[in-house]
Design a protein around this ligand. Sequence first.
Ligand SMILES: [Mg+2]
Length: 98
Amino acid sequence: MEKIKTDVLKQMFLDGARLIIEKEPYLTEIDSVIGDGDHGEGMKRGCEALIKILETENYVYVDELCRAVSIELIKTMGGASGIIFGTMFLGGISSLGH
Ligand SMILES: [Mg+2]
């Protein structure tokens, strides 16, 4: 299995977070049809917080980066999304053993 470098994964998180922020109006629009319309706002809030820590902190290991991403999303995103996305990245590193 090919390994991913921490700085490449960090850039992927940054790119994904910026795209989600850009698409906040669309997320709000579709959640207004099927839910209560706050999904875009929560995703944007979590992604803005994520960008802030990723732009200021340095991570040596992939699991260290994923753990920080998880904690930040759980802390800031709110609703079910924060727990789901935060847990997903935390669960993804559970077998790395660091
Ligand atoms: Mg909602």
